[in-house]
Design a protein around this ligand. Structure first.
Ligand SMILES: Nc1ncnc2c1ncn2[C@@H]1O[C@H](COP(=O)(O)OP(=O)(O)OP(=O)(O)O)[C@@H](O)[C@H]1O
Ligand SMILES: O=P(O)(O)OC[C@H]1O[C@H](OP(=O)(O)OP(=O)(O)O)[C@H](O)[C@@H]1O
Ligand SMILES: O=C(O)c1cccnc1
Length: 481
């Protein structure tokens, strides 16, 4: 079999997308305008909010949306015809993409990314867009849950060795930082994204030297910043005393940042370590812990009064262990028919899977008095919100749950990323993205942010959108009978 150069992401899509594009092309529908929206249906980890991540990679993907010679050559071997291949040769992104900022606080059933372009272009991109946001948003959300638990402690991402291969490690590290982590152990991710690399040392080094003292001393003689891993042999009898001994001997020659515990009863050992470090005159030395940590373990350790200053978290974060998929979908919401954009909706037996038709706008309704959000409010694209009147907000499923909001500011959440094929968005720095998360979370009530059984945040439809949706459901149901 011929080997092809892997030099683009164009074929990072499902075969059925290319097959549909071929049908659109051959039936002359490929240039029909279509609107697709990506959203997820259920809150990950039953959290009260999610943190959007993935836009940076979507931008890079869309900028390079061109089939290479090797892509086309390969497609030819699959049997695609010359005419179709020559159409693909000129393929590029020509439309509009609107999306949330990375770091934005987002909710289920609202568009996170909206693609308004030709049917063929929008169809091809589905797989890659979902591949990107499903993972990155999940990890950023998990990281944010961990950050909320320990607002003032050091949080380090240690997951690379357990991640689902290279890409997951790299983009997962970035998503963890977006979600509020301070650093990553992955040096390539740090280099690539300008984030802080951080780390200690492993048991292997202590084993290599044969005892704690010799290992710590050697490390201290070769590094300024020192965290000693104290649990290789006996944490209390050897690890901590030898860390202190080396710190005493080295004095100002090193910066004794602290110790790391990676096994045993973390609550107990951290308290003992704290006491020993304090008594030895190192009240600022930090106790860093790791070992299969997740939200529940940290919550438990906190409730046991564990004396921990820093947390290294790997497996459970980078693999989103307790919920490995966000389940975001990308659905056609409108298509051009006879020159007009017409609503499209997917009806299925499962009420949960009903889509909301039409090209939409997402607003966050900020109460001017409290500065807090009253909920998200999804309208039809171009629908005006009259701020001089009270806004009627109601739950689209349990419609009796309703309220009137006055003195509010509607804040648009979808930003222009590409317009008419051109990138118009300034990519944000990691620092800016981290700040987006902090600022947007401030607008939520504590009740929406708590880790366990948070209050459900309202994501409502405007009366117009809700009514149009009901009407379309009725029309489609009648048609099916
Ligand atoms: N006081 C504690 N309360 C709740 N969970 C704890 C406490 N101390 C440790 N843990 C957690 O319990 C688990 C212990 O796992 P495990 O038994 O595999 O570790 P270990 O035997 O201490 O060390 P190793 O990883 O070397 O086998 C880890 O997930 C750790 O985070
Ligand atoms: O536990 P995680 O959250 O995934 O954090 C990363 C783990 O990786 C390292 O251990 P290593 O891979 O050497 O194996 P170990 O857990 O058996 O010590 C480190 O000591 C942590 O325990
Ligand atoms: O720096 C560390 O301590 C580290 C890095 C990766 C995995 N476990 C620990």
């Amino acid at each position: 079999m011929k080997k092809f150069e892997d030099n683009s992401f164009m074929l990072h899509t499902d075969l059925y997308q290319i097959n549909m594009i071929k049908t659109y092309y051959m039936k002359n529908m490929h240039n029909t305008r279509a609107v697709f929206e990506a959203y997820f249906r259920n809150m990950p980890f039953t959290n009260g909010y999610a943190i959007f991540a993935g836009l940076e990679r979507i931008i890079d993907y869309v900028k390079d949306l061109r089939f290479t010679e090797s892509d086309l050559e390969y497609l030819k071997t699959l049997g695609y015809e010359e005419a179709f291949l020559s159409y693909l040769k000129g393929f590029k992104f020509t439309g509009t993409i609107r999306a949330m900022h990375e770091g934005e606080v987002v909710f289920n059933n609202e568009p996170l990314v909206q693609v308004d372009t030709t049917l063929a272009e929008a169809q091809l991109m589905e797989t890659a867009i979902l591949n990107i946001i499903n993972y990155q948003t999940l990890i950023a959300t998990k990281a944010s849950r961990l950050r909320e638990l320990v607002p003032n402690d050091q949080l380090m991402e240690f997951g690379t060795r357990r991640a689902h291969e290279f890409d997951a490690a790299i983009w997962g590290a970035r998503a963890a930082i977006i979600g509020g982590f301070d650093g990553t152990s992955n040096v390539r991710a740090a280099k690539k994204f300008g984030i802080t690399p951080s780390g200690t040392h492993a048991h292997a080094m202590v084993q290599a030297f044969g005892d704690d003292y010799r290992a710590f001393k050697a490390y201290a003689e070769t590094h300024k910043e020192c965290v000693f891993l104290v649990d290789t042999f006996d944490t209390i009898k050897s690890g901590i005393p030898n860390a202190i001994k080396v710190a005493d001997e080295m004095g100002d020659k090193i910066n004794f940042i602290g110790i790391r515990l990676d096994s045993g009863d973390i609550a107990y050992l951290s308290k003992v370590a704290r006491k020993m470090l304090d008594e030895a005159g190192y009240p600022n030395a930090k106790v860093i812990v790791s070992n299969d940590l997740d939200e529940m373990t940290i919550l438990s350790l906190k409730s046991q009064g564990a004396k921990v200053d820093g947390w290294g978290i790997g497996t459970k974060l980078i693999t989103a262990y307790d919920q490995p998929a966000l389940g975001a979908v990308y659905k056609l919401s409108a298509i051009e028919v006879d020159g007009e954009l017409v609503d499209r909706m997917k009806i299925s037996g499962n009420v949960e899977k009903l889509t909301t038709p039409g090209k939409k706008e997402v607003y966050r309704i900020i109460n001017n008095e409290t500065g807090k959000s009253e909920g998200d409010y999804i309208t039809r694209f171009g629908e005006e919100i009259d701020t001089s009147k009270e806004l009627f907000m109601f739950d689209p499923v349990h419609t009796v749950k309703r309220k009137y909001v006055k003195n509010f500011t509607p804040v648009k959440k979808l930003n222009d990323i590409f317009v008419d094929g051109e990138l118009v968005y300034r990519k944000r720095t990691i620092a800016e993205i981290k700040q987006v998360r902090i600022d947007r979370l401030e607008e939520l009530w504590e009740e929406n942010r708590r880790l366990v059984k948070p209050q459900i945040y309202p994501v409502d439809l405007s009366l117009k959108l809700w009514t149009d949706r009901q009407k379309l459901i009725e029309d489609l149901s009648e048609r099916e009978i």
